[in-house]
Design a protein. Sequence first.
Length: 362
Amino acid sequence: MNVLIKPAGAACNLACAYCFYCQLAKQRQVKSCQFLAWSDMAAFLDAAFKRAIPQLNLTFQGGEPTLRGLDFYRQVVSYVKEKSPASMRVNYAIQSNASLIDRAWARFLRDEEFLVGISLDGPPAIHDRYRRSHTGQASFEAVWSGIEALRAEQVSFNILTVVHRDLAVAIDEVYAFYREAGFEYQQYIACLDPIGDRGAAAWSLSPEVYGDFLIRLFDLWFDELCAGHYRSIGFFDQLILLLRGQLPTVCGMLGVCTAQYVIEADASVYPCDFYCSDAYLLGSIHDGLERLDERRRALQFLESSYALPPKCQRCRYLQVCRGQCRRQRDDGAELGLNYFCRAYQRFFDACFERLLLCAKRL
């Protein structure tokens, strides 16, 4: 069972210009302006514990999830240790901007074996372009302080970078900065515009620019690999898994949606982080998992992701592309076609043979 929890909702100490979740939350009829109550969290855990599942994955995200306070997370971990079935493994992850992480936070994340993701958009000049506070203050210095706290406590973490237009064209500079910083685990996600409003913002990412970015990133990564240094780039790792006949570990790489629960701060539940809107509201934590599942089936949320347009079905790269994430397919130039289809086509044309080589040798 995969659960994404937003204990502070869309609340954040930063006001990143491109934040899709802030835009999405503002469109809901009922605005959540609260923290997730412990009673709501406990109610969901109790329901999850009653299900005969071998593994429960809890990911905390936002907004900024550390705003909920360290004591909340200590309470979650303590409750899980006390109440969860012996046959169930519970895994934790957190995605943070790191600006509020200190040594106490870092020790807790290390001791409880949280998978930690840190949002960082390259060196200061690029990072601070769109990742600023509500008063317009640059955030890089605070983020770097959090990273130093994690390193001081020997916490493993990955870097999550949002690829907007300015960053995409500066990938050489970004990659060199990450290499110098010793970041061995990196993920890059395409910046999302609101559905139906593609390309209008200063940070908007076009398929042409994204294609150039993917090819250049692969060139940089592959050159390092040939020199004997393997650096984990999430997208390339997932492609290699697919080429080796294995399932990817990231839902967007499956090409279809999977059953999961997104819990908002007001205890409302949605089927996906990208679809936390009124139209996709499944209900409340207190409705019970069965009723939430029934609502998801009634919406045909999973089933509607299965169909691929004829162009995808005929594509020679279907095995590794799979149409990618449904969210990008909901705003394609053609019905059901990924908005970045041209970018992926160009990337695979340029890099597929080298990817095959990696799949054989890694």
